[in-house]
Design a binder for this molecule. Sequence first.
Ligand code: ADP
Length: 414
Amino acid sequence: MNVLVINAGSSSLKFQVIATDLERIRNDNDELLCRGQVEHIGGEAIITVQSHNGSRQKLTAPIRDVSAGLDYVLRWLASDRSGIDEIRSLGDIHAVGHRVVHGGELFKESALITDEVSKGIEDCIDLAPLHIPNNLRGIRAVREIFGQATPQVAVFDTAFHTSIPEYAYLYALPYHLYRRHRIRRYGFHGTSHRYVAFRYCVLHGITREQTHIITLHLGNGCSAAAIRGGHPVDTSMGMTPLEGLVMGTRSGDLDPAIVNLISNKEGLSTHEVEALLNTQSGLLGISGLTNDMKVLQDELREHDDRRVRLAMDVFCYRARKYIGAYLAAMGGADAVVFTGGIGENSSEIRARVCAGFEWAGLTVDATKNQDALGREGRISTDASRLHAWVIPTNEELLIARDTVRCVLGEPHPS
Ligand code: ADP
């Protein structure tokens, strides 16, 4: 089965086509046929496509909306120009999986998109008003282009976290606010944390129930999850992705009274303050330079800039604090697992986040850490009681696999 995986944003569309089926899932030999993205939708868009035979193309075209972007990509995929033998026409794409940012309390697992499921996703718009409409546009665009017969599946960023107990997801606010508006912590990056936990099981030959780990997704967005018995018992992002760790441009945790204070002192509306916390804060805000960790690392090496150092210090300290909190919340763990662009590629940040955990039995092996760049591997010493791992994430693969299972009515793996 060739599955088109779609992540539709406000002005961008990321996609992959993955050949997979139940047999391939069992044998772990799914095949990525192509990947790409359409950026700057709404104007002169840039379309980048890379096929599995290695050819990479960058194109530009006026693209008015998500539907037009998808139409462009699909026509290109089915043409000779793509060089993908497996896709000769739209009929060679058998199902479509969507990353949907929020499933509220309704969606505890991935779902075949029916009218009822579409309505359920619409009911979650209040929880993620900036993102869900884009996801729905992607779903509608697929229906327009492929027709009703091509099955579509929604894979929710929040679903993995629905096992988190009430005492961990509830804010200490008047309870009626939860009842009236569903104000609680939901968590995000669920597909990434779930993939990493799944790979950890496979690599160790253990069952899901035996999986007790802390996963750290450190990319542009950053989040941690405490996974006990294969299920999250806590996670750092909250009602929105703003809570928790320090991120590229997001502040993460802060005193909520600061919102009003900034609003008064700087003459900004609360909406503008929220935008500032989401887009001007985090690594970018403290360094005053960039949200890009690789650039910050290079800058620190070359110029030893004080604010760059501070941004990295705050970032690592917050991540360390969460590991400590989760060790307490979970009653200990077997490993800390790093993923995401920073987690997979920065041995320096990993070493700094893990520093000072010898009391918990974690010692990083400098050579192993240096060697594990963008690939799976243990980075702690053999003698460690609490291990550290790098496991590159692959959300698209999990979305494709969930799509196959939902289309075939197979139960999700327990
Ligand atoms: P997104 O959350 O947008 O998917 P990624 O997971 O790709 O982002 O992570 C992007 C972050 O990873 C950026 O801060 C980038 O600088 C960082 N990164 C990527 N490679 C390296 C590297 N070799 N060293 C340090 N940071 C890196």
